[in-house]
Design a binder for this molecule. Sequence first.
Ligand code: 16G
Ligand code: MG
Length: 580
Amino acid sequence: MASTLDQQALAAASAQHPKLQHITYTYGTAGFRTEADLLDSVMFRVGLLAVLRSKNLKGKAIGVMVTASHNPEKDNGVKLVDPMGEMLHGSWEPYATQLANAQTDDLLLAALDSIVKATGTDLSQPAHVVYGHDTRPSCKPLVRALVDGLSSATFGSEAPKVELVNAGLVTTPQLHYLVRCLNTADSPDPYGEPTIDGYYRKLAAAYTELSASRASGHKPSPFGLRGRELLPAITVDCANGVGAPKLKEFVKVIGTDYLPVIVVRDNTTTAGQLNLNCGADFVKTQQRAPLGVKPIAWQRYASFDGDADRIVYYYADADGVFHLLDGDKIATLAAGFIMDLVKDAGLDDKVKVGVVQTAYANGASTKYLTEVLGVPVTCVPTGVKHLHHAAESYDIGVYFEANGHGTVLFSPSTLAGIRSSLDSATSSPAADESQLAARTNLRALTELINQTVGDALSDMLLVETVLLHRQWTPAQWDRAYTDYPNRLVKVLVNDRHAFETTDAERKLVKPEGLQAKIDALCKEVDGGRSFVRPSGTEDCVRVYAEATTRQAADDLVNKAAYLVFDEAGGKGTRPASGFF
Ligand code: 16G
Ligand code: MG
């Protein structure tokens, strides 16, 4: 007999997690995200949905991560992870929203029923869910609500038990890694051991191999150091979040000889410290070092965000001037290195590298990628799922948002090609030592890079690998191109849903006529570029502008923002002296 919803048991369990009547929830770009106090019912219902999703995929493991990333500590959130470690498929996002907004227990049951029917889910299938959380104090009760949902979703006595794996305190990318490992364990291409220790050992083995094989015979270049040696250690700001204990665990596995790290902003026990005046988002948006960190000239610094899926680098010059090496800089560094490796490996006729960016990518980075590196660049809307998807269409797809979220994807045929190129029994054995070394390094890179999602730790190891191989200081890395001055501001409006975009968010379709006026503003400015899009995570509209000078970029962003405020329903007081 096919299993059905156990109406009574579910309704009783749901009654313990009543929906707040006045709130409408949206499963947005990064799942549900709002003040932690508002999320109890959402967690319970996400638990139900995760079980349905797993049953729909015949028992494949689904991930649930409780985090609000770089947002303030008082917020929290939850998102689902699909079987290969990617974001929940877009077609299921409306179901998440539907469940979260059912006003009563009865309506929730009805919504569940309709989702089961719409998706053709067979409730007699097994279910397997792995869940984890970041360091927020609110995670404890919220995870309890989630587990209530997960364990209430038995769907009658006929249905097989739901298998639950509690991953505990993890970074977001670690949770993604676990999901993929669980689902590929018995496949011909297992992703790795499905434990956090397995994750550390996989990254450590790859990084050790890549460090050992770095170009020898070079001394660290003194470029830019004014007679000072580059220190081996990198200073990492962990945003007072989960990255701190996890980075420390990793260093224990790999050893400080291979990875000398100074961990700062690692206070995960004092209330209110998470993401406060530190972390990747602070550094990127403020264009300055974390408060209280005074970089030593020319040394390497990096900042993770609160759930350690983003990273940015930076350094100070001899005058103490701060220089940011953001996601765009990481993408160009990675793409250049990988293209050279592919060429040195003799695989460039088979393997094509591409880069995926969003409209926020600095125009100078896009110009450098296309004109200097000669690599194809795709522009997609904001949000990891869009970038990830587009990167899958390349043999090797490098994707990064300017904010520091990104990774590199190797297509299955590229992975197979790299592996077989190392097999001397195949038709194209390595021609010489250097070709063999390049092939070996490429294979190690495929192990080093977390291909499920952006991962601050794995991305840091990628950057460190490239700098080591190139023998570059951060200043040398930075020389590839100079960012156009830019500015990003928020405009509060009465209805952000009145804004619709096209062309990967670079043009407004609605409100009608606004785009033509923005275009006219851009034309008046040398190198002027500006676009407007509604935020997917906050109730506001974002306005971006860049130009060839700081003054011009600042003026342009203000003019565009005033245009939005005046002509498209600005909310509150009109800012008298600009938007930043
Ligand atoms: C979310 C996205 C991030 C994006 C940001 C934009 C994921 C996992 N995260 O944090 O990629 O940059 O939203 O926020 O997709 P916005 O829509 O408020 O500008
Ligand atoms: Mg994050």
